[in-house]
Ligand binder design. Structure first.
Ligand SMILES: CNc1nc2c(CCNCC3CCCC3)c3nc(N)[nH]c(=O)c3cc2[nH]1
Ligand SMILES: [Zn+2]
Length: 372
């Protein structure tokens, strides 16, 4: 079995739980935040630095790696693990989301999606079968099914038709998936923000027996309350003994609120993206270190942080590097943001273990500056 989920504790007062996702390249303690490495690198981070900040699993992207440098090249270098020298677990997204978000010029049909490369405009076609071939070449431990992530808002009629096609595509993915002993295929629940469609999608998706399931189609502009509502009626339909992955989430408040509603795995480009333009997450909330007020501030980014940036450098120095466009600036803020989220997930896991997740939420929201 490529991936096995071990449920180690269920929270008494929420849907949160502690678990371990066992993969051929190692174990992931859940709830977990997964740093995103779109082009076979978590931007600005070396594999050693990723280990140092405590990352247990990283993400790769089928769409980007197919376009450049090509999945066959990567396969010849030992897949993503050999190519980027990351020996821990890897998850690849199927490219569905990227094809839809990066390419206006695309045509969708029962067969799959025709699109043009965002690099040179060349024409390409993704079918569930071809995407499975690409993801198997990349060799990730967890591979996502080819799905359609519909926009928000979306007409209910289209949401229903799209969700039903995504289930048919999942069946085709499962049929085309050959390396079932080393790579685990996860299905993706769709249905927009329509309760009946979400529950129908979840039931049809879990009827296809797979090692794990994701909730897609969220974090696409809907209000956070709507995302939480979709989770409240969708997650309980999913089996307790399998990992649940909420795609594209998220910010610290969403990580806590998703965990409370039973989510085990999260990914988001935000922490690395905002870091490069000088915004960091700290125990006292967001800090835009490029602002003039920090020009003579000798404190670390976050006094409570144990990361390499906070142990060695002042806000003044990091602000200078960012303002000067120095590469080290974005590297230090990225190291910090990723460590901050790993520490947040560790604090969340301890809170679940001691049945105090809701009071942890209160304290964290208070200190971070979220409204309750
Ligand atoms: C940011 N919000 C959001 N992201 C979504 C994503 C992408 C998740 N992140 C993948 C990484 C980014 C680059 C490398 C892999 C989604 N992906 C899929 N397949 N389906 C969704 O409904 C889906 C929905 C998503 N919503
Ligand atoms: Zn730090």
């Amino acid at each position: 079995m490529a991936v096995k989920y071990e449920l180690t504790k269920e929270s008494k007062d929420t849907y949160a739980r502690l678990g371990k996702v066992h993969t051929p390249h190692g174990v992931i303690d859940t709830p977990a935040f997964m740093p995103v490495g779109t082009q076979a690198t978590v931007k600005a981070m070396s594999p050693d630095e990723l280990k140092e900040i405590g990352a247990q699993i990283i993400l790769g992207n089928t769409y980007h790696l197919y376009i450049r440098p090509g999945h066959k090249l990567i396969e010849d270098f030992g897949g993503l693990h050999g190519f980027m020298k990351w020996d821990g677990p890897i998850l690849t997204d199927s490219g569905g989301f990227q094809v839809f978000s990066l390419n206006e010029l695309r045509k969708i049909s029962e067969e799959g999606v025709e699109f043009k490369s965002h690099l040179d405009g060349s024409k390409h076609f993704f079918s569930p079968e071809y995407v499975m071939e690409i993801e198997e070449s990349l060799g990730a431990d967890i591979i996502m099914a080819f799905d359609e992530c519909i926009p928000y808002p979306c007409e209910k009629d289209y949401a229903k038709k799209s969700m039903e096609r995504t289930v048919r595509w999942l069946k085709r993915c499962k049929k085309a998936h050959t390396k079932t002993d080393t790579q685990a295929l996860f299905g993706i629940v769709q249905g927009g923000t329509f309760k009946d469609l979400r529950i129908e999608s979840a039931k049809m998706t879990i009827d296809i027996d797979l090692p794990g399931y994701a909730i897609g189609g969220l974090s696409v502009g809907e209000p956070k309350e709507e995302m939480n509502e979709v989770l409240e009626y969708t997650v309980p339909v999913l089996p307790k003994g399998k990992p649940r992955y909420l795609m594209g989430v998220g910010s610290p408040d969403s990580l806590i609120d998703g965990t409370i509603r039973g989510i085990d795995m999260f990914d988001c480009v935000l922490p690395t993206r905002i870091a490069r333009n000088g915004t960091v997450m700290t125990s006292e909330g967001k800090l835009v270190v490029r602002n003039a007020e920090y020009s003579r501030d000798s404190k670390p980014l976050d006094e409570k942080c144990d990361c390499y940036a906070c142990r060695n450098f002042s806000r003044a120095y990091i602000r200078h590097l960012i303002k000067a466009g120095e590469i080290l600036g974005g590297r230090l803020t990225t190291i910090h943001n990723l460590r901050f989220l790993q520490n947040l997930m560790k604090d969340i896991r301890s809170a679940i273990n001691e049945d105090r997740l809701l009071s942890f939420r209160e304290e964290f929201f208070e200190s971070y500056g979220y409204k309750k």
